[in-house]
Design a protein around this ligand. Structure first.
Ligand SMILES: [Zn+2]
Ligand SMILES: [Zn+2]
Length: 385
């Protein structure tokens, strides 16, 4: 039995002894059953096929986004141009013999015409201690098409609209910019997981806010929830029947109406129903119940549960309307004299507890409610929530 191992099973030529670690057991080597005896080198190389390559490769590429059709679906491959795609497809289609070690290959693309690239591939490797090399040429034919997603985008397809509105005001540019950012980042996250059905169809400014058309209801829902999470307010959704699909199922489009709260952080408001007349409030947060700071005392204010984020109030101005003015003198623990930024006359105003007695200047807001010292920007940022 051990004799048979020493001869080529095809031509009967003697084959060299195996290496030391292989010859420990000749009868029952589990990795090499007795039937599979090694061929001699010349019989081995007679059958040896280094590279297995198709005669040609047809590839369908979306002319708009560069996606490639593989199997039965469009796949984003992140290729920069058609040569990149051809290289990628050839790498997928070629295979080399499993016995070869130290395989290296390079490819030289040759553009034949707009839709044909000849791929000249050079392979090297080592098998049975013998260097081997092979050249193959595979033509790649590119068919330019439009993938389903690009077709839908071009056709202004959308399944959902997110309307960004605000109560009693138009949304700020900070809010609308953030809404766009959220929409694009949600879509990017979904694309990153291979979801090709996620896209923003259209973003349009309206007189009272922003409309975002998106490809699925799920995206619309995510955008509106995120906006409310960050800015407060509410979201209502409503379905509209748009059509029936080919199977007779009703197709609905969902509108998510985001209503942002009436006041935003930085607003200074005068509460209408303020029995104690504790003075205007600088809004800190409009998420949940409106929260802020009294600009007369520096005390914390929070609207009741019933009032939520929209207590009955009028807006006096914003923190960024404040002007830096000179502190004339500190009268006592409740009063400070500052210069009126318009008339330059000294005026006695309430002293909030965030007032710094060493400050030479302070930001003040002049409004219908009078003159009030506001906290420094830096102080107001750190006191958020
Ligand atoms: Zn042989
Ligand atoms: Zn496409």
């Amino acid at each position: 039995m051990s004799e048979s191992r020493a001869f080529c099973p095809r031509c009967g030529d003697p084959v060299p002894e195996r290496s030391a670690d292989d010859e420990s057991d000749d009868a029952a080597d589990p990795l090499r059953p007795g039937s599979e005896v090694d061929l001699c080198d010349s019989c081995y190389f007679e059958d040896f096929d280094f590279v297995d390559a198709p005669n040609r490769i047809d590839v369908r590429v979306c002319a708009r986004c560069g996606a490639v059709y593989r199997g039965n679906r469009w796949v984003d491959v992140g290729a920069q141009d058609y040569t990149d795609i051809a290289i990628e497809e050839v790498s997928e289609a070629l295979s080399v013999h499993v016995d070869v070690e130290d395989v290296a290959w390079q490819v030289e693309p040759e553009q034949v015409d707009q839709n044909t690239i000849r791929m000249h591939c050079f392979f090297t490797g080592v098998v049975r201690g013998t260097p081997v090399e092979e050249q193959v040429m595979v033509p790649v034919k590119i068919a330019r098409q439009t993938c389903q997603r690009c077709g839908r985008i071009a056709g202004d397809y959308y399944a959902s609209i997110v309307q960004i509105r605000a109560e009693g005001r138009t949304p700020t540019s900070e809010e609308t910019d953030r809404a766009k950012e959220i929409a694009h980042s949600i879509v990017a996250d979904m694309e990153a997981t291979g979801d090709r059905n996620a896209f923003v169809t259209e973003v349009s400014e309206t007189d009272d806010g922003l409309n975002i058309k998106v490809s699925t209801n799920k995206i619309g829902k995510k955008i509106s929830n995120k906006m409310v999470e960050e800015f407060g307010g509410t979201v209502n959704d409503a379905e509209t029947l748009v059509t029936e699909d080919s199977d007779g199922n009703e197709v609905y489009r969902v509108t998510f109406a985001v209503r942002l709260p009436p006041y935003t952080p930085g607003d200074v408001i005068d509460l209408a129903d303020d029995a104690d007349d504790d003075g205007p409030v600088l809004v800190r947060s409009a998420r949940g119940n409106l929260k802020g700071t009294r600009v007369t005392t520096g005390e914390r204010y929070e609207a009741s549960y019933e009032e939520g984020n929209s207590p009955d109030a009028r807006k006096l101005g914003e923190h960024e309307d404040a002007e830096e003015t000179t502190v004339v003198t500190v009268e006592d623990e409740n009063a400070v004299q500052v210069l009126d930024p318009e008339t330059y006359q000294a005026k006695t105003v309430a002293r909030p507890d965030y007032f710094d007695a060493d400050a030479e200047t302070v930001p003040v807001l002049k409004s219908r409610a009078g003159l009030h010292i506001l906290p420094d920007e830096s102080a107001s940022a750190s006191a958020e929530e």
